[in-house]
Design a protein around this ligand. Sequence first.
Ligand code: F6P
Length: 541
Amino acid sequence: MSKPRLTTLPAWSALQAHFQNVSKLHLRDLFDEDKRRFDRFSLQFNDLLVDYSKNRITDKTLKYLTALATECHLDEAIQKMFSGCQTNTTEHRAVLHVALRNRTNTPVMVGGKNVMLGINRVLEQMQHFTEAIHNGVRRGFTGDKFTDIVNIGIGGSDLGPHMVTTALKPYWKEGINAHFVSNVDGSDMVETLNKLNPGTTLFIIASKTFTTRETMTNAHTARRWFLDHFGNNTDVIKHHFVAVSTNTAAVRDFGIDTGNMFEFWDWVGGRYSLWSAIGLPIALTIGMENFKQLLKGAHEMDLHFRNTPFEKNLPVLMAMIGIWYRNFFAATSHVILPYDHTLRLLPAYLQQADMESNGKRVTIDGESLDYDSGPIIWGQPGTNGQHAFYQLIHQGTQMIPADFMIPLESHNPIGEHHTILLANCLAQTEALMKGKTAAEVARDTPDSLVAHKVFPGNKPSNTILINKLTPRSLGSLVALYEHKIFVQGVIWDINSFDQWGVELGKQLAGVIEKELESDTPVGEHDSSTAGLIDYCRKHMP
Ligand code: F6P
């Protein structure tokens, strides 16, 4: 029996009718009418407080949204993912990043095998390795202790470890620096290498496939740089290069001893891989105990997601409120606003996590969607964004749902900085929600300026307060977003775990790369692309 289309479900129709009423309501009035709105629409989970009261929702909205989740068999989809079913249907793979942080160690079976055995083996390997680097048992070729770690990877093999390593800077071990090279633009590599001493540098080549053009190009350049310093002695490679991959043969071909390889598995999606050995640069900078705390925080969120009724389930609530805006208010984007300098890479990380997962146009069965799927994710840390793009969020013509987040305790308390930061974060959520009416503006403004100074308000946001940004609370926060993305994928009936949309550009780049290097006539292209290739060939140095 074929699945009913999303737009034919009873809860969808109920939401459509309900939207006609709610779209006319102003958040100001909803707060005025219900003094307990914050208590009723906020939830605490360990070190996180999630306030979703400043959303354009009523009790009925949540009732219909959770009914929609039920009608989409969300519960079944969650249990299937956790139990190792082939959730990634187009690649015939299980989706088990949750097993990587399964700290209770209950068996998780894939193809008749308990994947926890492999996971625990690699965690132990990471533990030995990080300890050996930290205590100097493992040293560079010249006998020096390692001081610098360079992660070479891109996409999920870069963004997750880079974001977490940056966010957890206060936990960095003394004497170790981390660097991330992702872009095939030579400037990324050259600028990094210029800062480094080869004798004390460890390279991690991180690539699930070990075929990604950018990563392999950067890896070969690093290898060349290294060998140039050590008189082409390939023996040194085994001291300074390790790999994280699922592709043992390619790692060996590159010249890395498989004893220096950290394995992961095809059921770990690239953008969900920071919990695997892809997290090695995290463990090397903050230590294995802290890395395990990160896993613990994520695992706690996993248990909450798996076991909590939808009405109190944070990832489900955030996802369904996102659906409300995307599919009923037609919001095209969603902004991520961390008020924390160390979380500055979170928007970029969530761009890949969300947009590569839910930027899909067909259902799991390959039928065109007749509703919108994933929004554009963007953002910057506060307060910087306030002085750049908040103007449009406050007074532009679009409604842009926002997620604010801020730790209450700063790792760098100095003067009044943190109070100012916190005040700004809370003030923005209030300003967006309340706005400022023409009557309020007119009290101290000439008539000619009133329209310009009005803030319509009614702009929705979530606020996530984090007691302190620790490995554990960060783990919970990231897992919260991962599951939000999963839930939305289930509602939209799309495969959130493939990424075919990145393939075409890769293939064409392969063709054009060859054409740029040859003198033979440019091949089959449209006149624009052919003209550009031709111009490049004539003008390239
Ligand atoms: O091109 C997209 C992508 O496949 C991402 O999904 C992935 O995270 C990234 O490239 C890197 O892939 P790999 O880890 O195989 O080098």
